[in-house]
Design a protein around this ligand. Structure first.
Ligand code: PLP
Length: 454
């Protein structure tokens, strides 16, 4: 049997229309990748403008990553970290992450995915409030369009309806508020700062309405990724943070996409003036060569967790793969490569080029509502009409058509779920010439999609 047939018969695909897959099998089968290019079974090359799912930051098939994994697998592929058992590389990686963190942090807890790390965040926040004797303070606020994962808890934090439908999510202690998405949420004529003030006042009212004694934390991506690459106004997080401080509500920064250089600076929190109590990282920590996530815990939270030992004994949370030595080896080498090759500066430089290219290619088009992003993370949002501003009636269909046509042109981009938006998040090693070809491929995809509309 062909692999495509095995796939169709036996592989239960994530985030996939199950009936369509059962009928048609895989859309394509990727067999190789090098740098910013992946190759399908037919031998056709595609420029991957999404670095997989916003994650293969050092590019595909980096020889040093392969060597680091081989070496560690031959030395110590695995040992656990339960009951105070230690291994070398996770300890070294933890020190490195604490030293890199954009705000003072104290401890690192490891998981395997962004989703499980955000579940860990919720458990830490609940444990924290239980230790402090505040059993009512358990609600977690997230933002509509935010993406925080798919597990039972984090799937509810994610503010996208299609991740809730059919799954009885979100869980009852989760709340959602408006995102800082200027295109649709801002009042006409409002400045960035006024928009930020409006959202902060709304949050204040929201917390008062819920009862501040019941609200434990707010989770936010500095720059939203899957929800549409939404960059907040510069004063948004400082104003939000003032409200959180007023009601003793913790701030969790979900840096799963932004972290380790995607925005042309070390972390999204730096780029957006955020001072989190807790941080989630994943994806770019290993450039996705091996699954790894981490939760960074500030001293303020850590001191309370420590007090929990007297009350609860051993901390009853952890995964078989927490602090996995092979994953830590991948992370250490990945961070070495990013540092040594000056990849964050390269992201800043090539990010400017990407935004120039996008503006030149898309800004004047009547179906382009907004071009936005920062560093090597960008999006183009499509609208049916610019004046008056009106979305397409069937949300997502147009961006889907652009994406399919771009693929025909040899460029992989992504139509994002909550908007008619295509996104760009290429590997940090993408060359200027490759960026030009990515933008050109998607621009030609737009022409094709417009042709289909007629
Ligand atoms: N947080 C953010 C910001 C993400 O973009 C994602 C995944 O795309 C997650 C969390 C969940 O990560 P994972 O898919 O590794 O569970």
């Amino acid at each position: 049997m062909h692999v495509e047939e095995l796939d169709r018969n036996y592989l239960f695909h994530p985030m996939t229309n199950l009936a369509a897959h059962a009928e048609n099998g895989p859309h394509m089968t990727i067999v190789e990748g090098h740098g910013a290019t992946v190759t399908d079974r037919a031998g056709r090359d595609y420029l991957d403008a999404m670095a997989g799912l916003w994650c293969v930051n050092v590019g595909y098939a980096h020889p040093e990553m392969a060597e680091a994994l081989r070496e560690q697998a031959l030395k110590l592929p695995y040992f656990h970290a339960f009951s105070s058992m230690g291994t070398d590389l996770p300890a070294r990686l933890s020190e490195r992450l604490i030293n890199m963190a954009p705000v003072p942090m104290s401890k690192v807890f490891y998981g395997n995915s962004g989703s499980d790390a955000n579940d860990t965040q919720a458990k830490l926040v609940w444990y924290y409030n239980n230790v402090l004797g505040r059993p009512m303070k358990k609600k977690i606020i997230a933002r509509r369009r935010g993406y925080h994962g798919v597990t039972v808890l984090s799937g509810g934090l994610t503010g996208l309806k299609n991740l809730h439908d059919g799954f009885d999510l979100p869980l009852p202690m989760i709340r959602h508020i408006r995102p800082p998405h200027g295109l649709w949420e801002r009042e006409p004529g409002q400045t960035d700062d006024e928009f930020a003030t409006t959202l902060a006042i709304e949050l204040d009212r929201f917390i008062v309405n819920e009862g501040p004694e019941t609200v434990a934390a707010l989770i936010a991506e500095p720059v939203m990724a899957a929800g549409g690459v939404i960059v907040p106004p510069d004063t948004y997080f400082p104003k939000i943070q003032e409200v959180l401080d007023k009601y003793d509500v913790l701030l969790i920064a979900d840096e799963v996409v932004n972290g380790f250089g995607r925005l042309g600076v070390s972390f999204g929190s730096v780029s957006t003036n955020m001072k989190p109590d807790l941080m989630t990282v994943a994806k770019g920590i290993t450039s996705a060569y091996v699954p790894l996530s981490a939760v960074l815990v500030s001293d303020k939270v850590w001191q309370v967790l420590l007090d929990g030992s007297a009350k609860y004994g051993s901390f009853g949370h952890g995964y078989t793969y927490s602090a996995h030595p092979l994953a830590a080896a991948a992370a250490m080498t990945n961070l070495d490569i990013i540092e040594r090759d000056g990849l964050v500066d390269r992201v800043a430089e090539n990010g400017k080029l990407l935004h120039e290219l996008l503006h030149t290619a898309f800004a004047d088009h009547p179906n382009v509502g907004e071009i936005r992003g920062r560093g090597l993370m960008a999006a183009v949002e499509f609208v049916e009409s610019r004046e008056p501003l009106r979305p397409f009636a069937q949300q997502g269909a147009f961006a889907g058509a652009v994406t399919r046509a771009a693929l025909e042109n040899g460029v992989i981009t992504r139509a994002l779920p909550a908007a008619d938006t295509v996104s760009f998040s290429p590997p940090f090693v993408t060359t200027p010439d490759e960026l030009e070809r990515m933008v050109a491929g998607v621009r030609a995809g737009l022409d094709h999609a417009v042709g289909e509309l007629r």
